[in-house]
Design a binder for this molecule. Structure first.
Ligand code: HAX
Length: 436
């Protein structure tokens, strides 16, 4: 057993009594109440999920295992010659909460390489898809195609509930190890005439992804940063929640993550990174060569709002300030591409959009989220096919949601099944001033 897996088992065994105590001794302690607006309004802010892998504070932003983004970057072992930690080290940290040593990180790298071989039928499936398929549909299909090899599913009848985490962990690790090659394959198949670059043994995930994409340094660091920043945002966001929900039926990691990816592909969620670039391109086209100014950016933002559309990359269901994932990427840009015209334009939008959204008065959060900044970096390094951007998000998101469903199985979380009500019931309770 690898050090990661044996440590994970230790952590699971330590953690189980805490959940058992809470469910046995404190089952009826009330921690929240539900209003009509929450019932109609997408269950916003109802405290009904539990995860220890990340926590999202509306003001502070995300913490992975208790560490904010700068602390996470500072604490984890870096890739050789890189500025950012390896994805392998981060995976160890997400699963266990411990900072791995270099030797532990190297073992994850070797373990991933032993799992990374993508079954050839996946490539056949992808090649058979219509050429104009969206890359997210391709990624989700590739993940689902691998379901037939699920260890969790094949061993389900012979596995005891207490050991479900083990086969889930195996599937989760296999998936994480294979996703970069699948993503790069989709990219090169779709946009580079099928000129596929084979993976290079010995490279960490970020470096190997950059290599398979055919993009030179420092894109290896971009990939590491990108996958880590997009990994986890606690449990209630659509991709994490969809993955968790499907896994709660004891569907395996392939079914569950494919469902999560389908949610990520929505324009209000992960597809917003594509939408941001699309908005910018549309804006530049309208400018017809003129310089972007605060005035014409403001006008374009109002035009978008007045046409009944959202401003992509702004707003958030939980956050109430600038997303620290936005800030982390902005810092990267300030260091590596400070004079890039697209970066400058995104900064101009940042100056103007919060004021416009505040003046419009609808959104609870006029500040940018992760997606407002992420495309600029990709574009700068030559990845201009922006309908691919959500695939990058998906590869990163796998780390968080697959770590989560491994822990879901370890702690025996049950089938998720919230209760629905009818409109007439809500009307009756509204008239009575509550559900009495
Ligand atoms: N532009 C215009 N209107 C916006 C807005 C934006 N960026 N953000 C919110 N609003 C509107 C909502 O559409 C809603 O309008 P209605 O009352 O007419 O329905 C109103 O403001 C209140 O919304 P909210 O409570 O502030 O926000 P929600 O929790 O309902 O929605 C969203 C959160 C992220 C979906 C929303 O802010 C949005 O649509 N943003 C633009 C799309 C985007 O960037 N999505 C990515 C979010 C981060 C993420 O998940 N990345 O994957």
């Amino acid at each position: 057993m690898t050090r990661l897996k044996s440590l994970l088992l230790e952590k699971i065994q330590e953690h189980r009594p805490r959940i058992q105590k809470l469910t046995k001794e404190f089952a009826d302690v009330v921690i929240d109440q539900v209003t009509i607006s929450q019932t109609i309004g997408g269950a916003r802010d109802i405290h009904s999920l539990v995860t220890d892998i990340s926590y999202l504070d509306p003001q502070e932003g995300i913490r992975f295992r208790g560490k904010n983004i700068p602390e996470t970057f500072a604490a984890l072992p870096k890739a050789a010659g890189g500025e950012y930690p390896t994805v392998e080290a981060f995976w160890f940290f997400l699963l266990t909460g411990d900072i791995p040593t270099q030797a532990e990180t190297d073992e994850v790298l070797a373990d991933f390489q032993s799992r990374a071989k993508v079954p050839p039928y996946v490539f056949e499936v992808l090649r058979a898809m219509p050429k104009d398929s969206h890359p997210m549909a391709m990624l989700s299909t590739a993940v689902l195609a691998m379901q037939k090899d699920s260890i969790f599913a094949s061993k389900y009848h012979e596995t005891k509930k207490n050991d479900y985490w083990d086969t889930m962990y195996e599937d989760a690790s296999n998936l994480v190890a294979r996703l970069p090659e699948i993503a790069a394959f989709i990219y090169r198949l779709k946009y580079k005439n099928g000129d596929i670059i084979a993976p290079k043994p010995g490279l960490d995930m970020g470096a190997n992804f950059a290599h398979m994409m055919g993009i030179a340094k420092p894109y290896d660091d971009v990939a590491r940063m990108y996958f880590i920043l997009h990994s986890d945002h606690e449990s209630g966001n659509v991709s994490a929640h969809a993955t968790h929900l499907v896994a709660s039926a004891l569907s395996d990691a392939f079914y569950s993550f494919s469902a999560g990816l389908n949610g990520l592909a929505g324009p209000l969620h992960g597809l917003a990174n594509q939408e941001v670039l699309d908005w910018i391109m549309g804006f530049q086209k309208k400018l017809n060569g003129a310089e972007p100014t605060e005035e014409n950016v403001k006008q374009a933002l109002w035009d978008t709002l007045n046409s009944g559309h959202v401003i992509p990359g702004y707003g958030h269901a939980v956050l109430r300030r600038t997303d620290p994932r936005y800030t982390a990427q902005m810092e990267f840009c300030l260091k590596h591409l400070p004079n890039d015209p697209l970066f400058k334009l995104v900064n101009t939008i940042y100056k103007v959009a919060p004021g416009v959204l505040t003046e419009q008065g609808k959104t609870k959060n006029p500040w940018p989220n992760v997606d407002a900044q992420s495309g600029v970096i990709q574009w700068y390094y030559g990845l201009k096919e922006y309908d691919f951007y959500t695939v990058l998000f998906g590869v990163g998101r796998a780390l968080g949601v697959l770590a989560n469903i491994t822990w879901d199985r370890a702690l025996g979380y049950p089938l998720e099944r919230p209760k629905s009500v009818t409109t007439a019931m809500l009307e009756e309770w509204a008239a009575k001033g509550g559900r009495k």
